[in-house]
Design a binder for this molecule. Sequence first.
Ligand SMILES: O=c1ccn([C@@H]2O[C@H](COP(=O)(O)OP(=O)(O)O[C@H]3O[C@H](CO)[C@@H](O)[C@H](O)[C@H]3O)[C@@H](O)[C@H]2O)c(=O)[nH]1
Length: 361
Amino acid sequence: MTPTANRSATVNSAGKTVLITGGTGSFGKTMAKHLLDQGYEQVRIFSRDEWKQEEMRVRMAEPRLRFYIGDVRSRASVDSAMEGVDLVFHAAALKQVPSCEFFPMEAVATNIEGSNNVIESAIAARAECVVCLGTDKAVYPINAMGMTKALMEKVAQSAARRLDPGETRICSVRYGNVMYSRGSVIPLFINQIREGGPLTVTEAAMTRFMLPLRDSVRLVEFAFQNARQGDVFIKKAAACTIGDLIAALQKLFGTNVEVQSIGLRHGEKLHETLASLAEVHRAEDMGDFLRIPMDDRDLNYAKFFSEGEQVSQQLTDYDSESTEQLNVSEVCELLLSLPEVREQLDSWKSLTNVSSTTRDC
Ligand SMILES: O=c1ccn([C@@H]2O[C@H](COP(=O)(O)OP(=O)(O)O[C@H]3O[C@H](CO)[C@@H](O)[C@H](O)[C@H]3O)[C@@H](O)[C@H]2O)c(=O)[nH]1
């Protein structure tokens, strides 16, 4: 990989309309606020849950925000929100590993067919760019969530391959665990600490990439500013073990609650991979980001045979075991940079009168 400078094309937000599918989730809410701050003309939130939309409407009280009830599984409902849209951030998905294991066809319907609906609708409406939000679990996938998100990338690239220059640009991003996202382990552990334990650990040696929500917004923004047809972007990220995450939380909250081992859940990996060796080989190093270009050969493989790719022996997968590892103090620092964790700590301190904790990590 040869590093190139970060290119951040300046984006003219004036007069632009953005559609965010799954817009009431953690990513959607943060991205919507960011886009409004950037001066976008209209931000459309597309999702299934009217109550979450109502909450967001009241809390943000912003006339440039528009709400559309719909489901990516229904092309008609996507089409009705797509008219006049310039940029699409496709975040709607089934993301919980265990539930996708038990209901794989639901994951197929939302993550694959739903993504196809969003992409085809955007192309038909002549949108400028679609960014599909993916996951590290799509690389060497072993669970239904990762498999369906891997196929979302393939659907995006097959559409990208048939488009002409000047038509809608289709790209994807992959990221690892978003810290404090809904249903994820950090809010779960904090809750368990507040209730006096036990902390349920699957496997202390497991590693996960740790990405603050603000970095997922940066990644998506970087993607639409820099995407060429069919690209996949990742943001370089540090990782830590789940054991160190627990140690950091105990340290911050000044507790020593019992830790109970529950074993790996269905479809879990010990370590996650953001880019496979073959992808690292093709990737363009863009500073904090990697661009993985799509393989744009057509079906006529024979003519490329003599140019077959050689993968260097020195390269490895870009995974959560070999990336930069955070120690307990560094995990504390990262946790303290999250407003949600600081809020939890403040209320915990006022409840317990514990003055120990935090800033001495
Ligand atoms: O009670 C628990 C629950 C989880 N874990 C571990 O904590 C880590 C993180 O778990 P979790 O926050 O549930 O995330 P993942 O299962 O890794 O998947 C998340 O991260 C993905 C990106 O990699 C997203 O796409 C998914 O939506 C999101 O659920 C994993 O190692 C789990 O084994 C525990 O130790 N104890």
